[in-house]
Ligand binder design. Structure first.
Ligand code: IPE
Ligand code: IPE
Ligand code: MG
Length: 245
């Protein structure tokens, strides 16, 4: 099995790992365009990079990895691309859920399950979650039809539907109404493709995360990039609004 280059690993303190790493898997379309290929060829190559990220997380001992697969805004794309992305996500789950299961990965999903998400894909997500629910090496959360604003709106709706007294609502309570109440705050957000924005990813959970950006396009992302991001993360000082001693 390929593993992280020892020279990259050497500088990393394995006892000080971020608990939760989140990736905006961006740049598939440009990767394809640079090669004169249709955009969907870039998405296809993104599957390899996703597994690089998973193996990187497993090797490094990260507990939570969350990846942005499809945003609430991605429905604006040409219908053929949207259709491809839906079928491709379904197909990856079908083809690779057993491999992830054998690796000890627990799969979870966040996002709005509205009429736009085909029932077949919802069933596939439920099947993958059920298959892997007792695994504990890594929690891999796939954000599909996910928007950070939509998540906060849905949490507010859930609070109101339960008739909770507004004076009782605090940050802790709202967090319990997010899509996955067990998901910890993100420690490190990685975005590929040279874009410096969140694009509506995990707005609540990103409040104090460290951000790591690279020009690398997602299909070229490897576990070494993950290790590099963690090395840089470990050399930052997080203050959470306080004063560093
Ligand atoms: C990210 O790659 C994948 C999804 C958004 C589904 P893009 O498709 O956004 O690639 P670029 O940004 O156009 O290169
Ligand atoms: C964010 O990338 C969404 C995903 C990676 C799924 P986009 O490519 O959609 O974001 P923008 O449009 O560049 O902000
Ligand atoms: Mg993009």
């Amino acid at each position: 099995m390929v593993s992280i280059d020892p020279s990259v690993l050497a500088g990393i303190d394995l006892s000080q790992m971020p608990a939760h790493v989140a990736c905006v898997m961006d740049g598939n379309g440009r990767w394809a365009q640079q090669r004169g290929l249709p955009r969907i060829e870039g998405h296809k190559m993104g599957e390899h990079a996703l597994f690089e990220a998973v193996h990187g997380a497993l090797e490094l001992g990260i507990d939570w990895l969350t990846v942005y697969a499809f945003s609430t805004e991605n429905w604006k794309r040409p219908p053929d691309e949207v259709k491809f992305l839906i079928n491709f996500n379904d197909d990856i789950l079908l083809r690779r859920q057993h491999e992830l299961h054998e690796l000890g990965v627990q799969m979870r999903f966040v996002g709005r399950r509205d009429w736009r998400v085909p029932k077949r894909l919802i069933r596939r997500m439920d099947e993958a979650s059920a298959l892997t629910r007792n695994n504990s090496r890594l929690v891999l959360t796939i954000a599909f039809n996910y928007g950070g604003r939509a998540e906060i709106v849905d949490a507010c709706k859930s609070l109101m539907a339960q008739g909770i007294d507004p004076s009782k609502v605090d940050e802790k309570m709202l967090a319990k109404h997010l899509y996955d109440p067990q998901m910890p705050d993100v420690d490190l957000m990685i975005r590929t493709s040279g874009e410096f924005r969140t694009s509506n990813f995990l707005l609540w959970e990103l409040a104090y995360s460290e951000m790591w950006f690279t020009d690398v396009l997602w299909p070229d992302f490897t576990r070494e990039h993950m290790a590099q991001a963690i090395y840089d993360f470990q050399n930052r000082t997080r203050r959470y609004g306080g004063v560093h001693a």
